[in-house]
Design a protein around this ligand. Sequence first.
Ligand SMILES: CC(C)(COP(=O)(O)OP(=O)(O)OC[C@H]1O[C@@H](n2cnc3c(N)ncnc32)[C@H](O)[C@@H]1OP(=O)(O)O)[C@@H](O)C(=O)NCCC(=O)NCCS
Length: 228
Amino acid sequence: MSPLKGPYHVVNTRPEHFDGIQALTQLVYPGSPPWSKAQLQSHLDIFPEGQFVVVDDDTQVVIGMAASLIVWWDDYKFTENWTSFTDAGMFTNHDPEKGRTLYGAEVMTHPKRRGLGVGKLLYNARRALVEQRGLLRIRAGARLRGYHTHAKDMSAEQYAIQVAKGTLNDPTVSFQISQGFHILAVVEGYLRHDPESLGWAAVIEWINEKVATPEDWSHRDPKFDPQG
Ligand SMILES: CC(C)(COP(=O)(O)OP(=O)(O)OC[C@H]1O[C@@H](n2cnc3c(N)ncnc32)[C@H](O)[C@@H]1OP(=O)(O)O)[C@@H](O)C(=O)NCCC(=O)NCCS
């Protein structure tokens, strides 16, 4: 019997979802340690409204998950890695007082439910949260998951430029671009032990047009423009 049929919905993560999130992580990142319960509980203690799961209505299986925190971007170097932006996944660096950036620490969809709008539901929830709180933007490090198949032929930046223009398809970053994100830069050593991206990630951004000023768009390098 397949546990993966039926409609689904997005809700804020609760402790009863932790086992499902751990099972999902093991499917999505086999061989890597899953989100620990200490990390997931820390997310709920610190910023419960920033944590989302998509749950199958029939089976209650967790088929998608997104975890976020708010950061004050000036506290970080542009090139810092996932561990630094998330305080090793604990989110204790969450800074809702000064921060105007929702940082996407995780988004994942069950491998058998991809391409059905689960990721989009999670991003709709993130964008709604940004708009409700009047935040400026969402930023994240999006691993260049398909880069290992092109690494012999081009640099990670050349690969990212082609993904931005749509001449190459990346299983992660093409999804982010379809969700209105723009590549700001390409960084090395973001997820150091990821065999698919070889550690390379694109720093990506979605801007809340309702609060942004012209200055807020000025970080964008035209080389990553879709039409550039
Ligand atoms: C990236 C990921 C979350 C996408 O989730 P998903 O549920 O399959 O995405 P959706 O079905 O909601 O797709 C939303 C949009 O993205 C597009 N999209 C999704 N995957 C795509 C791909 N590989 N290439 C191009 N577009 C893609 C869809 O066509 C859809 O476009 P639309 O809005 O124009 O209809 C999923 O592939 C995943 O879990 N990957 C592994 C984990 C991971 O790498 N996470 C990111 C960590 S940085």
